[in-house]
Design a protein around this ligand. Structure first.
Ligand SMILES: [Zn+2]
Length: 365
């Protein structure tokens, strides 16, 4: 049985009940939920009540990206993400990461690794997808102790702990978010994402009892931006757009800033990166910037950004940044703070005039 509409409060409560389930044996459900939230932000449909398909290879790719950092050693330890000794998702990601890191000195980002080792990457996607459909996607909406099964995000009645390739193909290799769910998930994203990350870290502490309660960088180890890799993007930005702060035009060569905050959408493609002075960078922090900044970042041009990205073997993510911007701004409630520049913050008003992000219509469903 599916509910009639995606009421944000009801949906939020159900998501929280997934979080509250203290008996999780792996972090997979949390990662899957974050991946679904991210997908939702990037695919908010023009008709807010529309169904939205989620391609399962895309979802697996998002989950791989989410485990890309956690599977690195922390102080010489490969952290457990599951109580099962064989943890197929993190093990697969770790194996692929190790393989792709052999060439060259610096650790690649997941997009760079996917491009340099396409066959191995596709194999990893296939493995992770298989685990997703038989475990977290199948179990996510089955609340312990519930009288009967009621799905509220997507129809999961065809999933089980054994899903054949034929069944997957029969369902077009996708799940479908119920009417209105995509928009609601996008609206809940900025609330739910941090809550899911906190639960994830709690699980990791529980699964790795040797970790002292306040390991300083456990959060950064899991969810931080990759500062070292970003150096490559920094020199490219410097060379092509000059040693100026994107926001205030002050001379700088210092910081690479994520225009759409990393903590909200996790996009580190060149289209989402700019040079910023320390003042602007620190002051902006996790705030959503004035959408004009995003429009201006995209106005640097899809072709130009893609060309520059190519020269440093870096993803551009132009369309994803445009779609995520659309999804983020379109679903923020009035009153959400907007960063307009150093020490200037306004809030979103109901009559806010949104700029058109370049590919809004092309990349919408
Ligand atoms: Zn500045």
């Amino acid at each position: 049985m599916s509910p009639p509409a995606a009421d944000p409060l009801a949906l939020g409560q159900k998501l929280v009940s997934i979080l509250d389930d203290g008996l999780r044996t792996a972090t997979y459900k949390l990662a899957t939920l974050i991946a679904l939230l991210d997908h939702a932000v990037e695919h908010v449909p023009a008709d807010t009540d529309a169904e939205v398909h989620v391609d399962l290879d895309d979802l697996a790719a998002r989950v791989i990206a989410l485990y890309w950092r956690p599977v690195r050693d922390l102080d010489g330890h490969y952290l457990r993400q599951s109580s099962n000794p064989v943890a197929r998702i993190p093990d697969t990601v770790r194996t692929f990461r190790t393989l792709a890191s052999r060439v060259g000195g610096t650790e690649p980002t997941v997009d760079v690794a996917a491009r340099s080792h396409p066959t191995d990457y596709l194999a990893a996607v296939a493995t992770v997808k298989q685990v997703l459909v038989t475990q977290p996607l199948y179990r996510l909406q089955r609340v312990r102790g519930a009288q009967r099964h009621e799905y509220f995000l997507y129809d999961d009645t065809w999933l089980s702990d054994r899903v054949s390739a034929r069944t997957l193909a029969h369902h077009n290799n996708r799940i479908t978010l119920l009417p209105g769910v995509c928009t609601t998930l996008a609206r809940l994203s900025s609330l739910m994402r941090p809550a899911l990350q906190i639960s994830w870290l709690d699980d990791v502490r529980r699964l790795n009892p040797f970790l002292h309660r306040d390991v300083p960088d456990l959060a950064a180890h899991h969810f931080g931006a990759d500062r070292i890799s970003l150096d490559r993007a920094r020199s490219a930005l410097l060379e092509n757009f000059g040693p100026r702060c994107f926001y205030c035009d002050a001379p700088t060569t210092q910081h690479v800033d994520h225009v759409l905050p990393w903590s909200r959408v996790g996009l580190d493609g060149l289209s989402n990166l700019v040079l910023a002075c320390a003042r602007c960078n620190l002051n902006k922090s996790h705030l959503l910037p004035d959408p004009q900044f995003v429009a201006r970042a995209l106005d640097r041009g899809r072709d130009r950004l893609t060309d520059i990205a190519e020269t440093i073997a870096w993803p551009s993510q132009y369309d994803r940044v445009a779609s995520a911007a659309h999804g983020l701004y379109a679903t923020q409630p009035a009153g959400t703070p907007l960063w307009l520049g150093h020490r200037r913050v306004d809030t979103i008003r109901t009559d806010f005039a949104w700029p058109r992000f370049t590919t809004m219509t092309e990349s919408g469903e």
